[in-house]
Design a protein around this ligand. Structure first.
Ligand SMILES: [Zn+2]
Length: 408
């Protein structure tokens, strides 16, 4: 086995230049200054943080029900007349099911049983069994070392290995692409299709992307690249021109709710607006316990207390294991202030539509200029929410700024 290609629980073969990346924080989401910039851009530019739900659903990739989120795209890509190109680019917001569909498509391409149009992988042939056990030799997953932190942290904890303290890279390294190049030029182990999933494609810097470009330019009838991108406009034009772009939009609400219901998460469907209508983001927040912390924050925001008392409550919340990060907390306050602004001008709340009446009642006693000022001040705080010098003082500052419009 190659030292930097190994099977992992969340996606068959992993190609990486490192073996045990240390944990690292998620990429910083973009910031928006309250009313000054429409927050619609938030969902479409959320960075490519890998969702650990993939690992839990590995065996479900083979089920049709798992891809109902993007059933139209699935039908397009698996039709009788469809001839898949050498390189596909799945582009769209994070958490709308691009990776799930990419894995389902990879499993279908690798499956050794004849498939009817739109039919998923059989799930019982040797290839599917290898896929389900993360051992398929004709599949490669290319992703940054930092994206593997969930799996590797678990493995390191089991093995008691704490020797590698170096921070994991958030970029796909050129050595990883060279491994794929070698994989590309050898014949397949099973004699069928070979698949390489790149998640996310924007994690490649120009040098790495150019290296990949050389492989993309070589024709191949049975080798498929599936690139996933949450920020496809950042990709090299040459990369875009050599792949077929498949756009993933916001899933219909009904599909998202059904998707959540199938995972016993129907009660959390109310969080879809908050997470930009990305059901996988909701599921990930529920799995990691962040949703419970968010419930607590929103309850506090709907019944705001005196600023310093509030800071004390949130300090405990941020310190708790598996709770919100400081950045997520500030982001939630930003969304709450934005929705107050919406209600103040008789518009519909964007992130908390179910709290419309409560927000209306709070907004009725607000001064709009003071509210906008609070939004701007909280926006400024967001810039250093990842590394506050003193978390307690930071939270007090946040609460004072956020609750000033309420006269608290
Ligand atoms: Zn099969």
């Amino acid at each position: 086995m190659r030292p930097n290609a190994w099977p992992a629980r969340n996606g068959n073969w992993i190609v990486s230049s490192r073996k045990k990346p240390s944990s690292t924080s998620a990429c910083a989401p973009p910031i928006w200054p309250g009313l000054l910039k429409p927050p619609e851009e938030y969902a479409s530019s959320t960075p490519g943080r890998p969702l650990s739900i993939y690992r839990n659903n590995l065996n479900k990739y083979l089920q049709v029900a798992d891809i109902i989120l993007n059933s139209e795209i699935w039908r397009d890509l698996t039709g009788a007349e469809t001839r898949l190109p050498h390189a596909l680019l799945f582009a769209g917001a994070a958490g709308v099911g691009k990776r799930e569909l990419a894995d389902a498509l990879a499993a279908r391409l690798l499956c050794e049983q004849p498939r009817q149009p739109h039919e998923p992988a059989c799930g019982v042939c040797p290839s599917c069994l290898m896929w389900a056990s993360s051992q398929h030799p004709d599949y490669r997953l290319l992703q940054p070392d930092a994206a593997l932190e969930d799996d590797e942290a678990g493995d390191a904890a089991t093995a008691g290995d704490s020797t590698d303290k170096k921070k994991a890279s958030k970029q796909i390294r050129i050595q990883q692409v060279r491994e794929v190049e070698e994989f590309f030029h050898i014949s397949g182990h099973r004699g069928g299709a070979r698949v390489c999933v790149i998640d996310p494609a924007e994690a490649m810097n120009p040098i790495t992307a150019n290296s990949l470009l050389k492989i993309l330019e070589e024709p191949s009838v049975s080798f498929y690249f599936i690139m996933i991108s949450h920020r496809w406009r950042r990709l090299l034009p040459t990369l875009l021109s050599r792949s077929r772009r498949v756009m993933f939009g916001r899933p219909p609400d009904e599909q998202s709710q059904r998707w959540l219901a199938e995972r016993q998460l129907a009660e959390h469907a109310k969080w879809l607006p908050f997470f930009g209508y990305a059901p996988l983001e909701v599921a990930d927040a529920a799995r990691t316990g962040r949703l419970k912390a968010l419930e607590s924050v929103v309850a506090d925001l709907l019944k705001p207390q005196e600023a310093l008392a509030q800071a004390n409550r949130w300090e405990n919340l941020v310190k708790a294991d598996g709770a919100l990060s400081m950045e997520e907390l500030v982001n939630t306050v930003q969304k709450w202030l934005f929705d107050l602004g919406q209600c103040a001008v008789a518009a519909t709340p964007r992130y908390f539509p179910q709290q419309n009446k409560t927000l209306d009642a709070i907004a009725a006693r607000l001064s709009l200029p003071v509210l906008i000022q609070a939004q701007q001040q909280v926006f400024q705080l967001r810039a250093w929410s990842n590394h506050p010098l003193n978390p307690r003082l930071f939270l007090e500052d946040l609460c004072v700024r956020a609750f000033r419009p309420l006269g608290l």
